[in-house]
Design a protein around this ligand. Structure first.
Ligand SMILES: [Cu+2]
Length: 190
């Protein structure tokens, strides 16, 4: 009976480990330990058609969903802000910043950037590329914006148009556990 119980516990442990996608663990991953990954991925394309956009620029996601950024030609990135200060990194230093590691002259960069939605709170992101002021020109991404509030993506674009993008000082995954990885699905989002 004892050995059966041990086996059962071991089997459960192996099963739970196997359920985590390869590549999830990374240095700087600060995901809350109880975040349950749903396995759902929302693909977002940065720079589609050469435009200064994330497409889509509005994602509705559940806690545990993954948002995956694919980078097309140019030198885009992604950084996290709050609603009221678009183009500026989160002041408390907890925001993610992917770094400028995704430049490509054609096609899409072989790497993507992933982060995990950890609750239903609105999340705000911008492209911090200062050359050409991508954020100022509206390169913003909202996750779970609340359309019943004043804080909508269209309103944030009005705020962004008045400021210059700030490059965050540190490349980090932030509370959302963001990390760079090889593109697991090159056709995703196209
Ligand atoms: Cu950009």
């Amino acid at each position: 009976m004892v050995s059966f119980n041990v086996f059962t516990i071991l089997a459960a442990a192996v099963a739970s480990v196997a359920a985590i996608p390869a590549g999830t663990a990374t240095i700087g991953n600060r995901l809350p330990s109880r975040t349950f990954l749903t396995g759902v991925t929302h693909s977002v394309v940065a720079g589609r058609g050469g435009a200064l956009v994330y497409d889509p620029d509005n994602v509705v996601a559940q806690p545990g969903d993954t948002v995956e950024i694919h980078f097309l030609a140019a030198n885009h990135s992604i950084a996290q802000s709050d609603f009221a200060h678009p183009c500026t990194p989160l002041a408390d230093g907890t925001g993610l910043f992917a770094g400028f590691n995704f430049a490509t002259s054609e096609g899409q960069n072989p790497n993507v950037y992933q982060f995990t939605v950890i609750d239903n709170s609105p999340l705000w992101f911008y492209c911090p590329q200062p050359k050409g002021a991508h954020c100022t020109k509206g390169m913003l991404l909202a996750v779970n914006q609340n359309f019943d509030s004043q804080n909508t993506l269209s309103k944030q674009r009005e705020l962004a148009a008045k400021v210059e993008p700030v490059v965050p000082p540190v490349v980090q995954g932030g509370r959302l556990g963001g990390f760079q990885r090889a593109n697991p699905n090159p056709l995703s989002g196209f």
